[in-house]
Design a protein around this ligand. Sequence first.
Ligand SMILES: [Zn+2]
Length: 143
Amino acid sequence: MHELSIAMALVDDVARALETENAISSVTTVRVRIGKLSGVDAEALKQAFPIAAENTCCNAAQLAITEIETQATCNACGAEFMPEFAFCICTACNSTDVAITGGRELLLESIELNDTEQSDTIPAKGGQGSPDQGCPDSQPKEG
Ligand SMILES: [Zn+2]
């Protein structure tokens, strides 16, 4: 599952990007662009992201993925089209001399922060003892 290492690299990138900001608030959304030829499974990446984001500034962040269609330009006639695969022929002249011009991207597009910093939440008064929290350590099963 190499999507997990991609997700971790992504979280790393976000953390590094935020170091230049003066105040690190919590990240709400991380937007990425993934080309269809990048070999990254968007669904798998979405599932891996919360695991990679644990105990980081992306802890509560959502991953928003924009998938980018494969784009190709024909070297013979100059036509531009969106092939399904990297190996393709021109839809206009059937030439195989086709250059893939897009679809391999894996980009961190933007980071959205929770900038509603003025939280004036006043703790409720008069608590009578804390409730016993005996939460079983349940985790969603997979497989
Ligand atoms: Zn062509």
